[in-house]
Design a protein around this ligand. Sequence first.
Ligand SMILES: [Zn+2]
Length: 235
Amino acid sequence: MDWLMGKSKAKPNGKKPAAEEKKMYLEPEYTKSRITDVGFKELVVLPREIDLNEWLASNTTTFFHHVNLQYSTISEFCTGEACQTMAVCNTQYYWYDERGKKVKCTAPQYVDFVMSSVQKLVTDEDVFPTKYGREFPSSFESLVKKICKYLFHVLAHIYWSHFKETLALELHGHLNTLYVHFILFAREFNLLDSKDTAVMDDLTEVLCSGGGRGGGGGEGAGGGGAGAQNHGKER
Ligand SMILES: [Zn+2]
C-alpha cells in the first residue's frame, strides 16, 4: 500500500536519487548539526607569518584527505548501478583525461579519477614542495583551484546522492562541518568559481551564512555545543 500513501521510494537502481524529490540535507534539524563550534571564518584567514602558497598547500592537502575519508564512509553505496553518472541536481560532470578528452563515467569512477589525480598532485614534490627552499610552480594557484573544484564535486555528490546513508551513519555533522570549512576557505582565497558552486547555493546559504550554526546538533564525535556563534557577516 505504500504507493497509495505516497511513500514509495526511488528504487535502488532508479535514475533519480531520492534527494531530487526533496533535498533532505536542507532540513533544519540536519543543517544544524556540526562537530565543532569553531568559527571557521577566522580560522581560514592567512596567518601573518605564513607564506600564502604554504597555507594553500597545507589546507588543500588536508581537505583532500578529509573529503576522501568522508566519501569512504559511503563508498560502498556509491556503485556503478546506484550512481550511473556523476550527477548533482541537473548538472552532470564528465571527467577529462590528460589529453582533454571527455570520458563518460559512473560516479564512483569519477571520484576515483578525482582522488587519484589529486593524490598524484599533492605528493608531487614539483607541485607541492615540502622541502625547504623548494619553489612552488607558477601554475600552483590554478592547480589548487582545479583540486578545489574536484573536491567540491565529490562533496556535492555526497549530499545529493548519499545524504541518507550519511545520516544513517550519523556522520552528517562531520559532513556539514567539512563543507563549511572548505567553502569558507575557498571563498577566502577565491578558489571556486560561483558558476561551479551554484548547484549547491541553497545549502551553502544555510550552512555558511551564520544562521545554521550551533544549535546543539550533537551528532558525531565532538557533539557540537549549543549556542549562537560569532560567525558574523555573510559572504
Ligand atoms: Zn554515488
